[in-house]
Design a binder for this molecule. Structure first.
Ligand code: CTP
Ligand code: MG
Length: 229
C-alpha cells in the first residue's frame, strides 16, 4: 500500500506571538514548512503530500518545495482536526481504498528521516496504525484552585507527537464521526481511540519538538544544527 502524507499547516500560531505564522518563520535560513516538507518527501512508498493551508495563505507559493509536483496545497479548516479532515476528504477521491495516511504537523521541522523511516516500518506491521510518543519527563500534579490535589503516576503517561499513521479509510471514518459527535480531538489517535481502534505507540525523539512558544524557534535551530553533526 502507498502512503499519503498530510500536513496541517493552516494554523495562525497565536501562542507564538509573531506576525508571520510560525510555519513560515525562518529557521536556519529556511522557512519551517520547507524543512518539514523536505523531510516528509523522503517517506517510503510516498503517493503524495497534501498541505492544508489557511484560506488567506499567500506565502506557500514562494517556497521552493511548492514547485515539487508531489506536493499539493489545499485549504484547511478552523481547527487542526478540520484541516486534517479537509485533507482526508480531498484524498477520498484520489487514493486507493487500502492506502495509508501519515499526518505530520507543519510545526515539527526537526523530525529526522531516520526516525520517519523506522516509524513507517514499525507502523506498517500494525493493522490499525500508530503514533510517535515520548514518556513524560516531569513530575505531574493534578491541580485544583491553585493547589495540588495529588501527584499523578506518570509511569503510563506518554506525550503524543506526530507523525501519526493510519489506514486512510479507517481514519477518515473515525475523525468524521468524532467531529460530528463533538468529541474533542487534538490528534488523529484521539479519534481512532474513541472509535475503538488499537493504536500502537512507537518511541519518538525528544528533539521532535513542536514549535509552539517563541523560545521554541531557537531550540529547533539548535536541534537541527546538532543533527547535521
Ligand atoms: N493547524 C491547522 N489548522 C488549524 C490549526 C492548526 O492545520 N486550524 C496546524 C498548524 O499549522 C500546526 C499544527 O496544526 O502545524 C499544530 O497546531 P498548533 O501547534 O496548535 O498550531 P497553531 O494552531 O497555528 O498555533 P496556536 O494553537 O498557538 O494558535
Ligand atoms: Mg492550535
Amino acid at each position: 500500500p502507498k502512503i499519503w502524507v498530510l500536513v496541517p499547516a493552516a494554523g495562525t500560531g497565536s501562542r507564538m506571538q509573531s506576525e508571520t505564522p510560525k510555519q513560515y518563520l525562518s529557521l536556519n535560513g529556511q522557512p519551517v514548512l520547507e524543512h518539514t516538507l523536505n523531510v516528509l518527501l523522503q517517506t517510503p512508498q510516498l503517493a503524495g503530500v497534501i498541505v492544508a493551508l489557511g484560506p488567506e495563505d499567500e506565502r506557500f507559493g514562494s517556497l521552493a518545495v511548492a514547485r515539487d509536483p508531489r506536493v499539493q496545497p489545499i485549504v484547511g479548516g478552523r481547527e487542526r482536526a478540520d484541516s486534517v479532515l479537509a485533507g482526508l476528504r480531498y484524498l477520498a477521491k484520489r487514493a486507493a481504498s487500502h492506502d495509508w495516511v501519515l499526518v505530520h504537523d507543519a510545526a515539527r521541522p526537526c523530525l529526522t528521516v531516520s526516525l520517519l523511516h523506522s516509524f513507517c516500518e514499525k507502523v506498517a506491521s500494525e493493522t490499525e496504525g500508530g503514533i510517535l510518543a515520548v514518556p513524560v519527563a516531569d513530575t505531574l500534579k493534578w491541580v485544583e484552585q491553585s493547589t495540588i490535589g495529588r501527584t499523578v503516576d506518570r509511569s503510563h503517561l506518554w506525550a503524543a507527537q506526530t507523525p501519526q499513521m493510519f489506514p486512510l479509510f479507517t481514519l477518515t471514518q473515525a475523525l468524521d464521526a468524532a467531529l460530528t459527535e463533538g468529541v474533542p480531538v487534538t490528534d488523529e489517535a484521539s479519534a481512532m481511540e474513541w472509535a475503538g481502534h488499537t493504536v500502537a505507540v512507537v518511541p519518538g525523539a525528544p528533539g521532535n519538538i513542536k514549535i509552539t512558544q517563541p523560545q521554541d524557534l531557537a531550540l529547533a535551530a539548535l536541534i537541527l544544527r546538532a543533527q547535521e553533526e
